[in-house]
Design a protein around this ligand. Structure first.
Ligand SMILES: NC(=O)c1ccc[n+]([C@@H]2O[C@H](COP(=O)([O-])OP(=O)(O)OC[C@H]3O[C@@H](n4cnc5c(N)ncnc54)[C@H](OP(=O)(O)O)[C@@H]3O)[C@@H](O)[C@H]2O)c1
Length: 208
């Protein structure tokens, strides 16, 4: 697949690395061409201007700090429909680090804001829970990647990209479940900052 990545920092570079290793053609762009070039060099991807990131891509990853979402989607031409019809993966966490409190208003998810800013894009909330290192280092057991979205084809595409990273996709439901996935990230972040292993706060249920 051809995958476009909006963002050039840690998470963008980690996933670009995972997907280029899996044989995909990855392009990255950000507001700094120099940082895009560095992310591309580090990951085996190619750097492109933000206005070209949606072009010809089978999927696009939005990988910027949540406060930069509107700016980067605007620069990528999303308002004019550049991402329409494409799976748009949203791993962003609009969370106060340290406290884990969501910065979105009650009942709303940042994924809903992403959908508003990218009309026609098939937003899939995914990959927001594990740190980037999970996808760059091997793990003894595969991790389930909970995701949600409204478009079945987009969920299939993102599920396949999750498998390519070494994860196991698990579809929770439609995009109306995105708030729940974002709250889970807040829960995990809050416990981790308090020095508690989040896995110790989840019951170990018998496997079916
Ligand atoms: N890091 C992880 O392990 C991890 C795990 C799960 C989910 N996530 C999510 O993935 C996203 C990226 O995380 P990160 O840790 O790589 O980086 P981050 O520190 O959350 O964000 C840095 C990135 O956001 C960009 N950015 C910030 N404001 C912007 C604006 N106004 N316009 C355009 N770009 C802007 C930065 O661009 P400049 O370089 O130009 O400043 C940089 O590419 C975040 O939403 C995060 O919640 C991260």
């Amino acid at each position: 697949m051809r995958i476009g990545i909006l963002g050039t920092a840690t998470f963008a570079t980690a996933l670009a690395t995972g997907w280029t290793r899996a044989g995909h053609d990855v392009i990255v762009g950000g507001r700094s061409p120099e940082r895009a070039k560095a992310a591309a060099q580090a990951s085996g991807a190619q750097a492109r201007p933000l206005s070209e990131i949606g072009e010809g891509c089978d999927a696009v990853l939005l990988s910027v700090h949540w406060e930069g979402i509107a700016d980067i989607l605007a620069a990528a031409g999303a308002a004019a429909g550049s991402l329409a019809g494409k799976p748009l993966i949203d791993p962003t966490n609009a969370v106060d680090h340290g406290y884990g409190v969501l910065r979105t208003e009650p009942g709303r998810a940042i994924a809903h804001r992403v959908a508003e800013l990218a009309p026609g894009a098939h937003v899939v909330k995914a990959l927001n829970l594990f740190p980037s290192t999970r996808w760059t280092t091997s793990s003894p057991s595969p991790s389930a990647v909970a995701m949600c979205g409204d478009d079945p084809r987009a969920l299939e595409v993102v599920g396949s990209l999750v498998r390519d990273l070494g994860g196991v996709p698990s579809v929770l439901g439609g995009l109306d479940r995105a708030r729940q996935l974002e709250e889970v990230a807040g829960f995990v972040i809050a416990l981790a900052f308090a020095g508690v292993d989040p896995q110790s706060a989840i019951p170990a249920l018998p496997q079916p």
